[in-house]
Design a protein around this ligand. Structure first.
Ligand SMILES: CSCC[C@@H](NC(=O)CCC(=O)O)C(=O)O
Ligand SMILES: [Mg+2]
Length: 368
């Protein structure tokens, strides 16, 4: 595509209910939307950072600065680029993978829309809908958690993921198992534990969980290998897998037997496919994680989750799980426990410009 510039917007979108993880409670999603302005038409991407660097080291203002002062100017130096050139051009800039992923998706969307080609087909999707799991925040107490889980099961979600942290792990998991029997169930600690907690984590084994997600430090691979030798439940890494190289290292050390793939965390959808291919070759199942995306990232995630190696239900929930109003005209909906893979060109969804305006709190256009 021939890039004329990019428009960056910071959006603040209220959540339908507070979302509590081991690192805090969110009531508003602050996210950056990227619009690629090209001679062939617009493309849309999403930078999935949080307001504060609590999930990883990236955060909204930092991503905004990296994108507007370094990443976008580097891309604008080249008159015509292909989406496959973006990561190479941005490689000299270290880290800032969520910022890179959002910019790359905008370029990829513009190119594919111009070609009339769906992202799903481009990535190698083999399904037209994906099973939908849901991520459940930490509640006031286990009894309340059971009621929240009941609501999601009634909506048809096929897999439940519970956020846990020290002191809110065993009793919460036991209450959900007690209430609903052998439903597909997993937990996500967001790095809240250390090897000192190894016996607590082993205490989750009796619940026959699908996996324990990212129990230890967000940049650890070695201790997760030690933990994996002590607990029976499969260890799944999220935060630690920041690239194809990190995935290669984690598999080599036996740190993980399942990987949560998030395009934003690893620097883009092309890197995400490379990790999918590595894991498929190694017989390691993967699933598509979520970063509370708007309909833009959610549509792209549905396409990614439809690749053959994505054999476990992911966190591609209905838009209504988080938002009263989305910024796309066809928000993701749950149909018989599944979310459809968009079939239109590019990410396959159109922007609801009124909603985009309503939630925009800052904007900047960076031109050639
Ligand atoms: C604000 S928490 C975002 C990271 C978290 N994401 C989820 O729990 C899923 C959120 C979603 O369904 O988009 C994770 O560590 O997997
Ligand atoms: Mg996680």
């Amino acid at each position: 595509v021939a890039l004329d510039g990019f428009e960056l917007r910071v959006l603040r979108i209220p959540l339908v209910s507070p979302f509590t993880t081991s690192f805090g409670t969110e009531t508003v999603r602050e996210v950056i939307i990227v619009r690629a302005l090209t001679a062939d038409g617009d493309g849309w991407g999403e930078i999935v950072t949080g307001e504060a660097p609590l999930y990883s080291s990236e955060y909204t203002q930092g991503a905004w600065d990296a994108a507007s002062r370094w990443l976008i100017p580097a891309l604008l130096e080249t008159p015509r680029i292909a989406a496959e050139d973006v990561s190479r051009i941005l490689e000299p800039f270290k880290g800032h993978r969520m910022a890179k992923a959002g910019v790359e998706l905008a370029v990829l969307d513009a190119a594919l829309r111009a070609e009339g080609r769906p992202l799903a087909a481009y990535l190698g999707a083999e399904r037209d809908r994906v099973p939908s799991g849901v991520s459940v925040g930490i509640q006031s107490d286990p009894a309340r958690l059971v009621e929240v889980v009941r609501g999601y099961l009634d909506e048809g979600y096929v897999r439940i993921k519970l956020k846990i942290k020290p002191g809110r792990d065993i009793a919460d998991t036991a209450a959900v198992r007690e209430a609903f029997g052998d439903i597909p169930l997993q937990v996500d600690a967001n790095s809240a534990y250390t090897l000192a907690d190894i016996e607590t984590l082993a205490g989750l084994d009796p619940f026959d969980l699908l996996l324990i997600e990212q129990p230890l430090q967000e940049d650890d691979i070695v201790d997760h290998a030690t933990l994996a030798r002590r607990v029976r439940t499969p260890i799944c890494l999220d935060e630690s897998i920041v690239s194809l190289k990190a995935a290669t290292d984690a598999l080599a050390l036996g740190s993980t037997s399942v990987i949560n793939i998030k395009a934003g965390r690893v620097g883009g959808y092309l890197e995400a496919v490379a990790i999918h291919d590595l894991c498929r070759e190694a017989g390691i199942p993967v699933w598509c994680g979520g970063m509370v995306e708007t309909g833009i990232g959610r549509a792209a995630n549905a396409a990614l989750a439809a690749l053959p190696g994505f054999t476990l239900p992911g966190d591609v929930s209905a838009s209504s799980r988080f938002y009263h109003r989305d910024i796309v005209t066809e928000p993701a909906v749950l149909e018989d426990g599944h979310v459809r893979v968009p079939t239109g060109p590019g990410i396959g969804v159109d922007i609801d410009h009124a909603a985009l305006e309503e939630f925009t709190v800052a904007r900047e256009t960076v031109r050639r």
